[in-house]
Design a protein around this ligand. Structure first.
Ligand code: SIN
Length: 334
């Protein structure tokens, strides 16, 4: 290869090997780079806003020592890949939904049990209980440490036709997260379930690959799912919450003073985010209505039907989760 051609191909290799996004935080040389990858919208979403806030706090308070780059909206990894990336050291922080840890622990299935938590306050109470706190470290043998729980909302169903009774879901296909509890729940209402990555849900709804899905108000609003559905039914049937998670090896490898400062910021951000999550969810619900979306509320009788159809799935998962864990969650106020 002549020199000119060689230089041209070296330039091309450099250009194409470069990441497809700019360094979002502008980290300085010598600072430890902490990458935080997640899958939701950056703005108007409890997790997106909390992640942004986490990055801002680290970048202000740990300047010169550490710098956080936040990658929203699946721009870096989806929730399956991010778990591998944590162990490889390609990313340091993630916050997948608790439904997505089935390959590592079955204990988090407690968060998926339908109609276990009546409100975000009861989810919060459980995460603050001794049992909830002990679940942060159940994956340490797998190399992961939980730093805290970030709440997102209760889940609502949406579909291509009105859903007022569980029997309305008969024969419909629903997108679910990688959760066997969700699978059992959809079977209980006579539907079929398809596990799909979050970034694929809008397209799958739009093209009819699936007929419906279940999610928090802010995911339904920020991902525009309501635009490609007949309507959303306010079922509040399950919890959407995240584990703020890191690699145990990375965390233990930090200088103790740096680790302490980092964990303090993580804790502050967690508490502030969880204190505001109900407001964000209410705003997203209102935004759906303002944008012309349809929301259907259930009568007490209709709700009773959903509860009695779905709650029997608890028994199937009690052995995996542990009765003690379920009892502690119920004691937090269902
Ligand atoms: C998320 O809120 O992080 C995604 C949840 C989903 O996959 O539905």
């Amino acid at each position: 290869m002549n020199k000119l051609l060689g230089a041209a191909s070296a330039l091309a290799i450099t250009m194409f090997a470069a990441p497809a996004f700019a360094d979002p935080a502008g980290c300085d040389d010598g600072e430890m780079v902490i990458k935080f990858s997640h899958v939701v919208a950056e703005k108007g979403h409890p997790k997106g806003e909390a992640a942004k806030q986490f990055g801002e706090r680290v970048n202000q308070e740990m300047e010169g020592t550490a710098c956080m780059e936040v990658y929203p909206n699946t721009t870096l990894y989806d929730d399956d890949k991010v778990m591998e990336a944590l162990l490889l050291g390609d990313v340091q922080i993630a916050a997948p939904s608790l439904s997505k840890f089935e390959a590592y622990t079955l204990k988090y299935r407690v968060f998926d049990l339908p109609f276990l938590f009546a409100s975000l306050d009861t989810v919060n109470a459980f995460t603050q209980s001794d049992t909830g706190k002990s679940l942060l470290t159940v994956m340490e043998d797998e190399g992961y440490t939980g730093l805290g729980y970030w709440l997102s909302g209760l889940k609502q169903f949406s579909a291509s036709k009105p859903l007022l009774l569980p029997s309305d879901a008969n024969g419909l296909k629903f997108r679910i997260q990688t959760s066997d509890v969700a699978n059992a729940m959809i079977n209980a209402i006579g539907g079929s379930a398809q596990k799909l990555a979050f970034s694929e849900v809008y397209g799958a709804l739009q093209t009819g690959v699936v007929d419906g899905q279940e999610n928090s108000w802010c995911n339904i609003y920020t991902q525009k799912f309501f635009e490609v559905q007949d309507g959303v039914t306010e079922t509040n049937h399950q919890t959407l919450a995240y584990l703020l998670v890191t690699s145990t090896e990375w965390l233990e490898g930090l200088d103790p003073a740096v680790r302490e400062q980092f964990l303090k910021i993580a804790d502050d951000v967690t508490q502030a985010a969880n204190a505001d999550v109900a407001n964000k969810e209410a705003a997203c619900r209102q935004n759906i209505l303002d944008a012309g979306g349809t929301i259907r509320e259930l009568t007490p009788e209709q709700r009773t039907e959903w509860v009695s159809t779905m709650k029997p799935v608890w028994a199937e998962f009690e052995g995996d989760i542990g009765k003690d864990v379920i009892d502690a969650a119920v004691a937090s106020g269902s």
